[in-house]
Ligand binder design. Structure first.
Ligand code: SF4
Ligand code: SF4
Length: 350
C-alpha cells in the first residue's frame, strides 16, 4: 500500500473542497480532561487532522445591513457545519482509509452540553467523549483563539468552521502558531458584542492553555449571555423578538444564566406555539425562529457582530490576515437597537 504523508493528506483535503488542513500529534492534546480526551475515542490515534472551511464574508452582509438574516443560519452555520465542511472531511477520511489507516471523522459538538453516561466497560470513561475543536485546531497549527474565543487563522481571520479526523497514521505535525501573532488585542470584539458577553482585557478574566512551550490565553466569555444573544433572546440584535414580544424588557447585560439555561429558554421560545389570536395570528411564539427551526433545524440571530464581524474588520485593516477585499466591509454606520428593541441613533448614544 502506498505510503501516506502529511503533504498528501493536505493536498487531498484541498482537492476535496476544504480550505485548510492542519495536523497535530496526539501528544499535544494529552492534557485534556478525560471526557474530552481524543485517545478515549480512538486509543491507537497517532495524529489529529483538523479540517477547515471558510465562511464567505458576504454571508454577513444581510445582517450587517439589517435586512436579511436567514442566509447566515444556512451558509454561515448549520449547512456549513453539517454539510459543506463534513463533505470534505468525509472524502479525506476515505482517502486515508484507502491507504490502510483507520480514519475517525468527528463532528464537533458542544462539549459542556453533553451529559455523560455510565461506562460500558470498566476502567474507561462513559459516552459521550467530545473534543474541544478549537484547542485541537491550535494544536494542529492552524491558528489561535482570539480574545473573543473565536478561532482565528492567518488566512481568514475569524471566518471558518472546523472539523476533525483521528487516525492511526503517523503524520508530520505542523508547527504551532506563535501566540498573539493573529489577535491584536484590539478589543473591537468587546466593544461590538451586543450580548455584553466578552470581558474587556482590563477585567482579567481569562482562560489559559499550554501546548508544548507555548501558552495561549483568551477571554473567559460569558456563554450564557452569548447563547441568549446568538439564539435571539436579545432585542439588541433581534427585530424578530421585538415584533412578537413587544412588551418584553429582557436586558441580557443583566442576566447570569449558564449556557445550558440560555439554551433551554431560547429553544423553548423558538420552537414554541400558542393559540392563534388577532394579535398574533400565526400561533408561533416567534414566527421567524420557528420558521428557521422547521426548515433548517437551527437558527442564528446575532450574526457575530463582535466576535466575527468587528474582528474581521479590525484584522482586515491591520493587515494581520491574508484575506483582503477591494472594498471595506462596513459601508454605512452600524444599526443599533436597545434592549427594548427601540432603534438607537447616534444622538441616543450620546
Ligand atoms: S477583535 Fe479580534 S483581533 Fe481584536 S481583540 Fe478581539 S479577537 Fe482579537
Ligand atoms: S455571537 Fe454575538 S453575543 Fe456571542 S460573543 Fe459573538 S458577538 Fe457576542
Amino acid at each position: 500500500m502506498a505510503e501516506l504523508t502529511a503533504q498528501e493528506v493536505k493536498r487531498a483535503g484541498l482537492e476535496a473542497g476544504l480550505d485548510g488542513v492542519g495536523i497535530a500529534n496526539i501528544e499535544r492534546l494529552e492534557n485534556a480532561p478525560p471526557q474530552m480526551q481524543l485517545a478515549n475515542i480512538f486509543p491507537e490515534c497517532k495524529s489529529v487532522i483538523v479540517t477547515l472551511r471558510r465562511i464567505p464574508r458576504g454571508v454577513y452582509r444581510g445582517i450587517e445591513e439589517g435586512t436579511h438574516w436567514s442566509n447566515y443560519t444556512f451558509y454561515g452555520y448549520n449547512r456549513l457545519n453539517s454539510l459543506f465542511r463534513p463533505l470534505g472531511t468525509y472524502r479525506l477520511a476515505c482517502l486515508i482509509e484507502d491507504h490502510g489507516w483507520e480514519a475517525v471523522p468527528i463532528y464537533p459538538g458542544v462539549p459542556e452540553a453533553q451529559p455523560t453516561r455510565e461506562p460500558v466497560r470498566t476502567g474507561q470513561v462513559g459516552a459521550d467523549v467530545f473534543p474541544a475543536i478549537r484547542i485541537a485546531a491550535i494544536a494542529a497549527g492552524l491558528g489561535e483563539c482570539g480574545w473573543s474565543k473565536v478561532f482565528l487563522t492567518k488566512r481568514f481571520g475569524p471566518r471558518q468552521r472546523l472539523g476533525m479526523i483521528l487516525t492511526d497514521a503517523e503524520l508530520q505535525p505542523d508547527p504551532l502558531v506563535e501566540p498573539g501573532s493573529i489577535c491584536s488585542r484590539c478589543m473591537a470584539c468587546v466593544r461590538e458584542c451586543r450580548g455584553h458577553a466578552i470581558p474587556h482585557i482590563s477585567e482579567g478574566k481569562t482562560v489559559r492553555i499550554q501546548i508544548e512551550d507555548k501558552v495561549y490565553e483568551w477571554a473567559d466569555v460569558d456563554m450564557g449571555k452569548c447563547c441568549l444573544t446568538h439564539h435571539g433572546m436579545n432585542k439588541e440584535v433581534s427585530p424578530f423578538l421585538a415584533r412578537d414580544f413587544p412588551g418584553l424588557k429582557l436586558n441580557v447585560a443583566e442576566q447570569e444564566m449558564s449556557e445550558e439555561e440560555a439554551y433551554k429558554l431560547s429553544y423553548t421560545v423558538a420552537g414554541g406555539t400558542w393559540r392563534k389570536t388577532d394579535e398574533f395570528p400565526t400561533g408561533n411564539l416567534v414566527d421567524y425562529y420557528k420558521t428557521m427551526l422547521s426548515s433548517t433545524g437551527y437558527y442564528a440571530v446575532c450574526g457575530a457582530g463582535g466576535c466575527i464581524r468587528a474582528c474581521m474588520m479590525s484584522l482586515e485593516k491591520s493587515g494581520r490576515i491574508e484575506a483582503t477585499y477591494n472594498e471595506p466591509f462596513r459601508k454605512r454606520p452600524a444599526w443599533k437597537l436597545d434592549y427594548q428593541g427601540q432603534v438607537q441613533t447616534e444622538a441616543d448614544a450620546e
